[in-house]
Every structure is written in structure tokens, then in C-alpha cells.
Design a protein around this ligand. Structure first.
Ligand code: ATP
Length: 234
């Protein structure tokens, strides 16, 4: 579905990503692992059309989408849940969720998707009229994921799912992601927490200094001596 080929990208004269290649197949959960500053968000932002590739390509179903606008890319079925959640703090949960569907016109479908998301996250249902800025970190992450799902993505890209969240909240989010995946949505999970990433995803890429240092099944990455030493503290 998504194929990133020999991608280079950055900010102005500063090149961050160098020759990065990765792919996410339909129905897959893939993780991109890396420490602070490795370039993970830069990669997502390039895939989402916020940054333009300097070289290489971003292919969706074989078609080059590099250089398309973020709005066009959402329309093609790629949605990002950004790091830090970026909710509209003064708007309610309901309004935030509906913002995810702003491109869609079929009200009945939007209403049924909203109901599905509220069933996925009952905590949001209970707080539907609460302003997003007053939510806990975990509730904000649920709302951000829900807003992403309201665009009906074929591929949902999650940037730093676990950051700052308690294990019990993370369990709720992990279950929800698995359910979304069972419903047919592919997932690209960007994570600093390698244990979390390897639990959720089948395939992983390790990004170091803007390059893919390692890749393969997460079952192998988890026991790789380099990964164990650098990312798992073993
Ligand atoms: P983190 O999880 O800490 O966000 P990351 O792997 O997602 O890490 P990026 O956010 O992609 O890393 O940042 C990679 C590098 O790009 C960093 O050195 C960062 O300082 C730089 N960078 C990020 N955004 C900008 C920007 N707008 N202008 C210039 N440099 C930037």
C-alpha cells in the first residue's frame, strides 16, 4: 500500500532523512522505532505532504504522491495522528472528532462512524461535551485517534502513541488499535518505546540519524543485540 523509496527530506538546507526505504502492506501493522531526533516525525510529515521530498519517492498503491498537499493525501486514505495530539483545546470532544470528517459530506455515514468511535472509546462518550483542553493525556490520545479515524483512513499513522501515558491507559489504546486493524485499516506506528512497538507491530524499522539502521520482523528486532543494548537497556 505505502512504499517509501530512497527518501531524503529535511528543513531548508538541513537534510534529516537520507535514503530511507520502508513499506506498509494492506492489513499490516508496521512500526518505526527511533530515539529523540532520529527523524521519525520528519518521515511522517513527508509522507503526509507537510514536507516535500528532496529526493526519492512516496508511493501509495504504486502512485507517486510526493508533493501532494496534506488535504489531498488525507483524501487518498492516509491520516496522521500527530505527536502531541494537537487537539483544538477550546472545542468539545464531539467537535474535535467531527473535525476529522470535515472533508466528508455523507452525514449518515459520519454519524455512524462517530457512534463506532464512541463505542471504541466509551470514555469519550461519557465526556462528549467536555472541552478537549481539560482532558487527561490518555483521553486526549483517544480523542486524537478518534479524530484520525473519522477521516476513514486506509492507513493510520500514529506518532508517539505511548508518550507520557500510564500502562493501564496504553492497554486501552493498544486494544483499540488492534480492533481498528482487525477492521481492515493498516497502521504505521512511530514509537520511542521499543517494547510497546514490538508488542503491537509485526514488522519494524529502526531509524538512526535519519537512516534505516535495521529492519525486519519485530520478533527478530526485539532480540537483536544492538536493539537490546540501545533501546531496551539490556
Ligand atoms: P522526537 O520523537 O523527539 O520528535 P523524531 O525522531 O520524531 O524525534 P524529528 O522530529 O523528525 O525526530 O526531528 C529530526 C531532526 O529534525 C531533529 O534534529 C530536529 O531538531 C530537526 N527538526 C525538526 N523539525 C524541524 C524544523 N521545523 N526545522 C528545522 N529542524 C527541524
Amino acid at each position: 500500500m505505502l512504499e517509501v523509496r530512497n527518501l531524503s527530506a529535511g528543513y531548508g538546507d538541513i537534510q534529516i532523512l537520507r535514503d530511507v526505504s520502508l513499506s506498509v502492506g494492506a492489513g499490516e501493522i508496521v512500526t518505526l522505532i527511533g530515539s529523540n531526533g532520529a527523524g521519525k516525525s520528519t518521515l511522517l510529515n513527508t509522507v503526509c505532504g507537510i514536507l516535500r521530498p528532496l529526493a526519492g519517492s512516496v508511493l501509495l498503491d504504486g502512485q507517486d504522491i510526493g508533493g501532494r498537499s496534506p488535504e489531498q493525501i488525507v483524501g487518498l486514505g492516509l491520516t496522521q495522528v500527530p505527536e502531541g495530539r494537537r487537539l483544538f483545546a477550546n472545542m468539545t470532544i464531539r467537535e474535535n472528532l467531527l473535525m476529522g470528517a470535515y472533508r466528508r459530506r455523507q452525514n449518515a455515514e459520519v454519524a455512524s462512524d462517530l457512534a463506532r468511535i464512541l463505542a471504541l472509546f466509551p470514555r469519550l462518550q461519557e465526556r462528549l461535551q467536555q472541552r478537549a483542553g481539560t482532558l487527561s493525556g490518555g483521553e486526549q490520545q483517544m480523542c486524537a485517534i478518534g479524530r484520525g479515524l473519522m477521516a476513514r483512513p486506509r492507513l493510520l499513522m500514529l506518532d508517539e502513541l505511548s508518550l507520557g501515558l500510564a500502562p493501564i491507559v496504553l492497554d486501552i489504546l493498544t486494544d483499540a488499535i488492534r480492533e481498528v486493524h482487525r477492521g481492515g485499516t493498516a497502521i504505521l506506528l512511530v514509537e520511542q518505546d521499543v517494547a510497546v512497538a514490538c508488542d503491537i507491530a509485526q514488522t519494524g524499522y529502526v531509524l538512526e540519524n535519519g537512516r534505516v539502521a535495521l529492519s525486519g520482523p519485530t520478533a527478530q528486532l526485539r532480540v537483536d543485540p544492538h536493539v537490546q543494548k540501545l533501546y531496551l537497556g539490556l
